[in-house]
Design a protein around this ligand. Structure first.
Ligand code: PRP
Ligand code: ZN
Length: 294
């Protein structure tokens, strides 16, 4: 292992793994897979990927085994509550792999708010987050710590309720469970080690975070093109969501008509397009932006 190369820990397999790979690829990182399946090299950049279980990522980053790590804020929060003096920092909130940490009970069970959990057994992989939540509400329950297959705990008679990650809700449904309350909302974070980082590595970090920001911006940003009568220009510009000074071009051979081109920094909804048409815009095009750099 070459210690001069920046090491980024990502999840080996799972939802977060796919989204992390998407981000790295969109940022132009060419991943060279190898047989070991533990390390992937990045072509043309001094970066290696370390493929591990997501639960191990905060610990690896904290100890400097990896310089950076991409992990769900749920896993990081649990780690932080267990290691209060740890200085691992959040370099970026990545906005993907959004999910909820929720309490769920068997479909047939009666649930009348958190007080129903008084004296109950709750299975979870997040004992710290759940413990804090219950404590703040003054509810005393027994937390049964499990790693994996938490959703089967009620069927097995191990627990009365569970507290686990819900994304699509398919796992709960398949196990006859109903979501009752959300205790934590999660998204992917980019973590940075508290250990010393060489100036060369810091340069690489700055390069890739600039690219990640670009990917994030272009995912939210669209390019709008439309035609409009010149007198409708003011109304059109007001309707363009998060637009910077639009480019206005006279339309050849069409008196009083202009083309408007603009970058919009917010999502463009069908409703916005309908409003634009109502003030006189025609031929409205909304295009994705592949890459951006300020
Ligand atoms: C969570 C959770 C469920 C599943 C829920 O696991 O433990 O198994 O996702 O998703 P669904 O609502 O779409 O069915 P996660 O992907 O976080 O992986 P891990 O806990 O095994 O690391
Ligand atoms: Zn996990």
């Amino acid at each position: 292992m070459d210690k001069s190369r920046l090491r980024i820990a990502i999840q080996k397999s799972g939802r977060l793994a796919d989204d992390s790979m998407d981000l790295l690829k969109s940022a132009g990182l060419k991943i060279q897979k190898n047989k070991s399946g533990l390390f992937y090299r990045i072509k043309d950049l001094p970066i290696d990927l370390l493929l591990v279980r997501d639960d191990d990522i905060p610990g690896f980053v904290s100890e400097g085994i990896a310089d950076l790590g991409i992990v769900g804020s749920n896993v990081f929060k649990e780690f932080s509550l267990q290691n209060e003096s740890d200085d691992t920092s959040i370099l970026m909130r990545l906005g993907f792999s959004r999910c909820k940490l929720s309490i769920a009970t068997p479909n047939e069970a009666k649930y009348e708010g958190t007080k129903t959990l008084e004296g109950a057994k709750i299975a979870t992989s997040y004992p710290e987050i759940l413990g804090k939540y219950l404590k703040d509400l003054g509810v005393t329950s027994t937390i049964v710590e499990m790693h994996g297959a938490v959703e089967v705990a009620p069927t097995l008679g191990i627990a009365d309720a569970i507290c686990d990650i819900v994304s699509s809700g398919a796992t709960l449904e398949a196990n006859g469970l109903t979501q009752q309350e959300t205790i934590f909302k999660s998204e992917a974070f980019l973590l940075k080690t508290p250990q010393e980082i060489s100036p060369e590595k810091l340069k690489t970090i700055s390069r890739i975070t600039t690219r990640f920001e670009g990917v994030q911006a272009s995912r939210e940003t669209k390019y709008i093109m439309l035609n409009a009568p010149r007198e409708a220009l003011e109304k059109v510009t007001e309707l363009l969501p998060g637009a910077e000074a639009p480019t206005v071009i006279p339309l050849e051979g069409q008196d009083g008509m202009v083309a408007v081109h603009s970058v919009c920094r917010e999502s463009v909804f069908w409703e916005t397009m309908e409003k634009l048409r109502n003030v006189g815009a025609t031929s409205i095009l909304v295009l994705p932006i592949e890459k951006m750099m300020a």
